[in-house]
Ligand binder design. Structure first.
Ligand code: SF4
Length: 360
């Protein structure tokens, strides 16, 4: 059983973050924000995969003005990602965003920090301080003897103080490095000093393969230690993959329920059916299923029946025909050409959800 760290709670729109609230999954659009149509489409796609919060980069006044239209057309809470320019933060708040990501130490004088803090207070909008090992302030790394984890903590505390000086406490914080152990140590050190909720992630983690593994390791360690209240898996891929990876990490740690838990065998010389192909085909169409369901796709009659019987739905593959199990019982034997469809039909039958075969 994972014991989560006590934190204050904040609200990003209707999503509660911190303490014992469900750990939320975030992603970020990679469209040009000024392109309202494409950005809205991508946010709606993310919504359909149950993404809890979406961050949008706001790096120009044009982007801030298209944010107004974007916010109106979507349901998920939007966080504006701002660097350096406090006017973009104020314009984003006016556009109706539910969160800001901005580092107050990077926007100039105290007057500007005060303006943002006061506008956020009026709107009930929290600020995420997002410290990144690649963009630490000058001198802080040297001061900490080249220790990135210590340097990120010092930087984070500095930004926090600027907000606290304005009596602003509606804060969450992230300390992200591309290195797993540095990231973990940074959050561990910071957890000893503040009780603000943590947004956790491994920054610029990589492709969907290497990045999901790296994030799984890093976030897995942090979450297991009870550190982390909202997560983003950062991947060089479609943002939808970030959401899918995020939910998988949480589900594998027993921190969230829902979705398909796929069990598929690695295959060996006994397999007489293309299990890898079948598992991949099924996985592609399974991502949108919301019900909590275990599906086993197994290559032969050695382990196949056992695993399949313990899953909600399962296949034990054979040379020309495969056996389909449902809730522990054999419900039919199907030609291998028809087994995927039979599996899908049974999953629909059990979950009551309609599976769209053309979804990405
Ligand atoms: S289920 Fe059968 S085919 Fe798959 S790895 Fe085990 S023994 Fe091999």
């Amino acid at each position: 059983m994972i014991k989560r760290r006590y934190t204050q709670t904040i609200k990003v729109g209707n999503v509660i973050i911190g303490h014992d609230a469900p750990i939320s999954v975030q992603s970020m659009t990679n469209t040009i924000t000024e392109d309202t149509v494409s950005t809205v489409k991508q946010i709606k796609d993310l919504e359909s995969y149950n993404c809890d919060i979406v961050r949008v980069s706001v790096n120009s006044s044009e982007a801030a003005s298209s944010l107004k239209d974007i916010v109106k057309q979507v349901n998920v809470p939007i966080v504006a990602d701002i660097h350096f320019d406090h006017r973009l933060a104020l314009a984003s708040l006016e556009a109706g965003v539910k969160g800001l990501r901005i580092n107050p130490g990077n926007i100039g004088d105290n007057k500007k920090v005060k303006e943002i803090a006061s506008a956020c207070k009026d709107a009930g909008v929290p600020i995420r301080i997002g410290v990144n090992s690649g963009s630490l302030e000058k001198g802080v790394l040297e001061k900490n003897g080249g220790d990135f984890a210590e340097a990120m903590v010092e930087s984070g505390l500095k930004h926090i103080k600027l907000l606290e000086d304005q009596s602003f406490y509606n804060i969450k914080i992230s300390l992200k490095s591309t290195d797993v152990l540095t990231t973990v140590r940074g959050y561990e050190l910071l957890a000893e000093k503040v009780d603000y909720p943590f947004h956790i992630g491994i920054t610029e983690a990589g492709t969907v393969f290497s990045g999901a593994i790296k994030s799984g390791v890093g976030l897995g360690i942090l979450l297991y230690k009870g550190l982390g209240d909202t997560i983003r898996v950062s991947l060089s891929d479609d943002p939808i993959m970030e959401v899918i990876a995020g939910y998988n990490i949480l589900r594998d740690l027993g921190l969230r329920r829902g979705g398909v838990q796929l069990i598929s065998c690695p295959t060996c010389g006994r397999s007489e059916i293309n299990i890898a192909g079948l598992a991949k085909e099924f996985e592609k169409i399974s991502f949108k299923i919301k019900s909590d369901i275990k599906v086993a796709i197994m290559g032969c009659v050695v382990n196949g029946p056992g695993e399949s019987m313990h899953a909600d739905v399962g296949i034990a593959g054979g040379r020309n025909k495969s056996v389909l199990f449902s809730k522990g019982k054999i419900i039919g034997k199907y030609d291998n050409k028809e087994i995927l469809q039979a599996l899908i039909n049974e999953v629909e039958n059990i979950t009551g959800e309609k599976i769209n075969l053309n979804q990405n």
